[in-house]
Design a protein around this ligand. Structure first.
Ligand code: CA
Length: 418
């Protein structure tokens, strides 16, 4: 696969995250007007509501795009998703006869406000990068007990909160919570002292399974509509005190940021890659019929208030031990109903090397080894005013499939109780 050429000039650069090969889906507004569906192409957005009104695309009897979410399109299923992608590819290709009309429906990305691209129905977060699980387990329980006995057999996860999933750019309020210092007799309550990022990929589920009916890994793969960057903000001091016996709760409930563009699974097809060799054979229900991971370069940077950003980690989605399809199959294996709008977090993505760790917990080794930023400042965890940015892109020959950015700035915790 090479760069597909578009009549939108800015889409033909090897540097743009949004060439014709990508066509990610988002929701935008201009000057506070009604948010509606759009597709990124180069440095522009194609206004899908306008396209629908001009009858250049029609998926259903009801309008599908003059809406502030993509859920209605997701529910139409993979055949319609493919038809839509083919239509958009034709309309935006070099030489398209409608380009004079279509030009009126292009909006510069520079002037829009981006919104949540979908209504998240539920959010489940996994723990499926082996290097991350090994690093965190070593810090919390020692190297002998780093990986729990179930880890090599089950994609471990927990049910998170959909209500606190926000779009890139939303300010993140430092949480208050209950913690207990190792040398203290009693717990205390106050602002989190060990605020962290988690560099993840989120899978957007576009299909559903009826309650009581499991799905195969192949079916799960077909149900995935697309992917976003995901920062699963974490309060490590709250987590350390609360996590046994039922797992994380308030430490993860306060905020999760996603990037505004859903990169479709179709756009990522040329970048499929296999999960790693298994240390133990997986049970047959988790067997993968084909490569189910994607080769996506990922990085994260931190910028203190008013200062420049320093890249603190570079890793790749190909480091996952379990794919999103396996996670989804496991999730539904009990008969749990999955639905369009479900968000599945990969779990923090860490590679084998120190500079490939996807959280500050690992980068500063539990706060014991501060990292030095390009500004000369040091960090163990995130401070008020810091801005965290995730980047992601799959690298093709002369083009990339970019995710854009996933940004959040930390504001101080509220005084509570007053
Ligand atoms: Ca997580």
């Amino acid at each position: 696969m090479t760069l597909l050429r578009s009549w939108v000039d800015s889409a033909n650069s090897a540097k743009t995250p949004f060439p014709l090969n990508n066509l990610p889906y988002g929701v935008f507004s201009i000057d506070g007007d009604d948010p509606r569906c759009g597709v990124a192409i180069g440095d522009m957005i194609l206004d899908m509501a306008a396209l629908e009104q001009a009858e250049l695309v029609q998926l259903d009897e009801e309008p599908s795009f003059d809406l502030p979410f993509w859920n209605d399109v997701m529910e139409l299923g993979p055949t319609v998703w493919n038809e839509l992608r083919n239509t958009l590819t034709t309309l935006l290709s070099e030489g398209c006869k409608h380009q004079d009309t279509l030009r009126q429906f292009l909006v510069p990305q520079a002037i829009v406000e981006m919104h949540m691209p979908l209504i998240i129905s539920e959010f489940t977060d996994f723990y499926s990068s082996k290097h991350h699980a090994q690093n965190v387990g070593t810090m919390f329980r020692g190297p002998e007990n780093a990986l729990p006995p179930n880890w090599l057999h089950i994609p471990i996860g927990y049910n998170g909160r959909a209500s606190s999933v926000v779009v890139s750019g939303t300010k993140i309020t430092r949480p208050n919570g209950q913690t207990k210092a190792a040398d203290a007799d009693m717990p205390s309550f106050g602002p989190c002292q060990r605020l962290d990022l988690e560099l993840e990929i989120g899978a957007i589920v576009g299909g559903s399974n009826p309650l009581g009916q499991p799905i195969t890994v192949a079916q799960a793969d077909e149900m995935i509509f697309g992917y976003v960057l995901l920062n699963d903000w974490s309060a490590r001091d709250i987590q350390a005190w609360e996590y046994q016996p039922l797992g994380p709760f308030q430490a993860k409930a306060f905020a999760t940021t996603i990037s505004p563009w859903i990169v479709t699974q179709a756009a990522l097809e040329p970048f499929r890659t296999s999960t790693p060799d298994r240390e133990n054979d997986l049970l047959p229900y988790l067997a993968e019929p084909k490569p189910m991971l994607f080769d996506i370069d990922l990085s994260a940077s931190i910028a203190p208030a008013g200062k420049s950003a320093t890249t603190i980690t570079r890793t790749n989605y190909n480091q996952m031990y379990y794919s999103a399809a396996q996670q989804l199959t496991h999730h539904a294996s009990s008969g749990c109903a999955m639905q369009a709008g479900d968000l599945i977090g990969s779990g923090t993505i860490s590679g084998p090397e120190k500079h490939e760790r996807g959280s500050l917990l690992e980068l500063s080794w539990g706060g014991k080894e501060p990292i030095t930023l390009d500004t000369g400042e040091t960090r163990t965890f995130i401070e008020d005013g810091d801005t965290l940015t995730l980047h992601g892109a799959a690298q093709g020959e002369g083009y990339q499939i970019g995710f854009g950015t996933c940004i959040g700035t930390i504001v101080p915790a509220p005084k509570f109780p007053a």
